[in-house]
Design a protein around this ligand. Structure first.
Ligand SMILES: [Zn+2]
Length: 424
């Protein structure tokens, strides 16, 4: 077993990180000897010099650097890859996946791992300052100190500049791993100082294979979940293993296909909000429970045992983080619904255009085809526009119910099928 096992469809990226971790293991022994300094020096110079990564690839000594950027769309597994790399650097066996270093990285509690993962829209300058000063210390138990910024795209320029200074003169044993959707989301000055590793969107087959192998999901269900999540690994896992999550998605799609009057739109919007709320709550509860269990495990508290007094402060700060995060989750729930609705009209459009691309909602393809043949592509495009408008309005703090109502009125036009009587 190793930390790389559960990363799906990213063999090229894994090879880059695996080689880097291996060369790091040779170039930076735990003891601080002059010989090891000499071995690390050229890499540090290369990193601060900002030469493009590709030109330096090759020899093992060159494959390690101090600053990394992992890019890829949401759900492609960028943070999973970042933490796998962190494990490989912090574990004395190169990322075995089972030792105490690896389990502490998995629980995000390793003493030499610093993390910035924000649920807020913007990363604050103070958060980055704290991280930068933490990055200056020598590692306490491992060869390296690893700093992960999960959403490096959420920094304004002033904040990026604080980070830039740290990236320009990294302490010898500190490794930065930034994650962002794309390189373009970072300032050019930051980009030029990191080695970039791009993830691809895994294919639905890759995601399905992972669910079958890792979670023991039935192959047909795994493929359906992979399609419906549009290869978002976390969402696919949820759709495949959680009946309620699957039922909520089905109801969302069904609702959009059965709205026909303004009254329906009003009731439909209210129902969509309930579904989004229920989904957000379920996700929040699952994640909170998982984090709590992981934190307790890493603190050595057995399941069912009371938390010792000395550790309560740590658990309390976790609970506070979780509370802060809950406020964001309804908006994420609405966003997931809009993504599902968009996939429906994308499928309808694909059929209308006669394209041979695989449908996201293959499981209801007869209905998709029926609606597609009852309408023309201009009304489908209008529905897709309406979904985009609703998303923008909700982001701009318009009451979600109003934004969803207006959207459903337009959607009703495009979702009408000839076989359905439209009541007046
Ligand atoms: Zn390990």
């Amino acid at each position: 077993m190793s930390v790389w096992d559960d990363l799906t469809g990213q063999s090229a990226a894994i090879e880059v990180f695996r080689a880097a971790a291996e060369s790091a293991a040779h170039s930076a022994p735990m003891s601080h000897s002059p010989a090891s300094d000499a071995a690390v020096a050229p890499t540090a110079a290369a990193a601060t010099g900002g030469a493009p990564a590709a030109t330096r690839a090759g020899t093992p000594a060159d494959s390690m650097t101090h600053s990394w950027l992992v890019t890829g769309p949401p759900g492609s597994g960028r943070s999973n890859l970042a933490y796998a790399f962190a494990s490989a650097l912090l574990c004395r066996f190169g990322g075995c996946g089972v030792c105490s270093d690896c389990s502490q990285v998995a629980a995000r509690t390793h003493p030499d791992l610093a993390i910035l993962a924000t649920e807020r829209v913007i990363i604050s300058i103070d958060e980055v300052r704290r991280l930068v000063s933490a990055s200056q210390f020598s590692p306490s138990v491992s060869r390296y100190r690893v700093v992960v910024i999960e959403d490096a795209d959420r920094m304004v320029e002033r904040t990026s500049n604080v980070l830039l200074k740290a990236l320009e003169e990294p302490p010898e044993r500190t490794v930065w791993i930034l994650c962002a959707p794309s390189e373009a989301d970072l300032l050019p000055t930051i980009r030029s100082r990191v080695r970039s590793v791009r993830l691809r969107v895994p294919s639905t087959d890759d995601v399905a294979a992972l669910l079958v192998k890792r979670d023991g999901v039935d192959p047909d269900l795994a493929l359906r979940a992979a399609r419906e999540s549009q290869s978002h690994i976390g969402m696919a896992h949820r759709l495949a293993t959680n009946d309620e999550a699957r039922a909520r998605r089905e109801e969302t799609i069904d609702l959009a296909l059965s709205v026909s009057t303004v009254g329906d739109a009003v009731r439909g919007a209210a129902r969509l909000l309930e579904i989004a709320g229920a989904d957000a709550q379920a996700i929040t509860e699952e994640r909170d429970a998982e984090e709590r269990a992981a934190a307790l495990r890493s603190l050595g508290v057995e399941p069912g045992q009371a938390v010792p007094l000395a550790l309560r402060g740590q658990m309390k700060s976790l609970e506070e983080d979780q509370k802060r995060r809950a406020t964001r989750s309804l908006r994420d729930g609405i966003d997931r619904i809009l993504t599902d609705l968009l996939s429906l009209f994308r499928d309808i459009l694909i059929v209308q255009l006669g394209s041979q691309v695989e449908l996201v909602n293959e499981s209801i393809s007869p209905r998709v085809r029926e609606v597609a043949s009852s309408n023309d592509s201009s009304s489908t495009l209008a529905a897709m526009d309406a979904i985009a408008v609703a998303r923008r309005r909700i982001a701009a703090n318009v009451a979600p119910a109003l934004a969803l109502e207006a959207m459903l009125v337009t959607v009703a036009e495009a979702a009408r099928s000839a076989s359905r009587k439209v009541p007046q």
